[in-house]
Design a protein around this ligand. Structure first.
Ligand SMILES: Cc1cc2nc3c(=O)[nH]c(=O)nc-3n(C[C@H](O)[C@H](O)[C@H](O)COP(=O)(O)OP(=O)(O)OC[C@H]3O[C@@H](n4cnc5c(N)ncnc54)[C@H](O)[C@@H]3O)c2cc1C
Length: 396
């Protein structure tokens, strides 16, 4: 067992932290206020290799391991506290990986280089107005018309709808086929027959969330991702990867909150001494620190499992991977939210101001508690299924 990072990993982690400190922190308020991530952020991100970093070099990525990507996700979550850049980062990382692993050669050559250079957006569309947790109840349909795939239906609460319209790009989209299985297809947002809608969110304002309606959208066969009828399995592989990076971004945000809180309670005085001398506060800091450390290593182990098995196409440890990923996606957002909330309270009234900057994190992390990348109870259902057996879970 080796907990020490390699020299290469440490150097990349340090470079990502410098990028977070110099670029992301400088722009996070602007990202939140303007509702988009500016080129001054996306450009350096692409230069550093932070866009779709697991994509092989031949398609413009850096062929990074899941562990290296996890380390970078921590730094992006720490740098832009609003989580908007983290969402952009992890969507490209997770779904870029899936496209590079399961997409057709033609699609990879066409679609991935613009994503890794920040010139196009790549996201995921599974959720529908009728619900996101129960994917079996999905209503969006796809059928073959000769060579082409034809898509009808509607997706909802999809991240990056505006970005894909503005920059170019699209979403890997799950749709049901006649036989009852699923196809997974790349759908360019600017295709004929697509209309979009933008939702007003409360947080992570720098990346849009919206709806997509498909009116007989025709797609070429090269946009099929994975085998026909097996799209569900391919999408689930992507969720394992993306959920690990969501969790890593939450670890980064939690560490940032605790750093700010530690500095504050060293300085702020009440009743003649620094707040940090009151055990009520010091012990809270200690408890939060231990929780963040635990979840950080859980996260790195999940990434390691992905490298060891999932990324090699080895499903022999599927249960171990599912347990690790669902555990960390269940825990990390809750720990991060608690850290920000507690630190806000140490700040007192100052914590409630925008100057403190803490509300940015609270609004962003909340998206992972309500459901982004799968709700907490869905993680519990996955864990229950793995711990007790399928027969104890009354869902498909
Ligand atoms: C900011 C944001 C960005 C998002 N981006 C994307 C995206 O890019 N692409 C995409 O496809 N989706 C996206 N989503 C949607 C997300 O995947 C869904 O929110 C999630 O899958 C839950 O679906 P739902 O919101 O329809 O809630 P529902 O499925 O209606 O569930 C509501 C609540 O009930 C709980 N619940 C559901 N079933 C059970 C059960 N059996 N037992 C106990 N509790 C249960 C859920 O955990 C949830 O808390 C995003 C969501 C947010 C908030």
């Amino acid at each position: 067992m080796e907990f020490r990072l390699s020299d290469e990993e440490r150097a990349f982690q340090e470079a990502a932290r410098r990028f977070g400190d110099r670029v992301l922190r400088t722009h996070e308020r602007e990202i939140d206020a303007q509702g988009s991530i500016p080129p001054e952020v996306l450009g350096p991100m692409a230069e550093l290799g932070l866009l779709a970093m697991m994509v092989p070099e031949e398609y413009g990525g850096m062929g990074a391991s899941a562990v290296l990507t996890e380390l970078a996700a921590e730094e992006v979550g720490r740098g832009d506290f609003s989580m908007a850049t983290a969402v952009f980062f992890l969507l490209e990382a997770g779904w870029g990986y899936v496209l590079s692993r399961h997409g057709s050669e033609e699609a990879k050559k066409e679609l991935l280089p613009p994503v890794t250079s920040g010139k196009a957006f790549l996201g995921i569309a599974t959720t529908e107005p009728g619900g996101g947790s129960d994917l079996a109840a999905m209503r969006t349909r796809v059928h073959r018309d000769g060579e082409r795939f034809v898509l009808t239906g509607e997706k909802s609460f999809v991240s990056g709808v505006e970005e894909a319209r503005r920059l170019g790009g699209g979403h890997l989209t799950l749709a049901k086929v006649e036989s009852g299985g699923f196809d997974f297809l790349y759908v360019p947002t600017r295709s004929n027959g697509i209309s979009t809608q933008k939702f007003e969110n409360m947080g992570r304002m720098g990346i849009s969330t919206g709806g997509l309606t498909y009116h007989d959208v025709a797609l070429p066969p090269r946009y099929l991702v994975g085998p026909e009828g097996k799209g569900f399995e391919v999408a689930m592989e992507g969720f394992s990867v993306a959920r690990t990076f969501v969790s890593a971004a939450c670890v980064g945000a939690a560490e940032r909150a605790l750093e700010a809180g530690t500095a504050y309670v060293r300085e702020r005085r009440a009743f003649g001494q620094p707040l940090g001398k009151f055990e009520a506060i010091q012990f809270e800091l200690v408890d939060l620190y231990t929780q963040v450390e635990a979840v950080k290593w859980q996260c790195r182990r999940a990434a390691w499992l992905l490298d060891e098995y999932t990324l090699k196409g080895d499903r022999s440890h599927r249960s171990e991977v599912d347990l690790a990923v669902a555990s960390v996606k269940l825990t990390a957002p809750q720990v991060a939210f608690e850290c920000v909330k507690r630190v806000m309270m140490w700040y007192g009234a100052a914590g409630y101001t925008k100057d403190a900057g803490l509300e940015l994190g609270l609004r962003g992390i909340m998206s992972y508690l309500v459901g982004a990348e799968g709700g907490l109870n869905i993680m519990r259902i996955i864990l229950g299924r793995e711990l007790l057996g399928k027969e104890f879970v009354p869902y498909k």
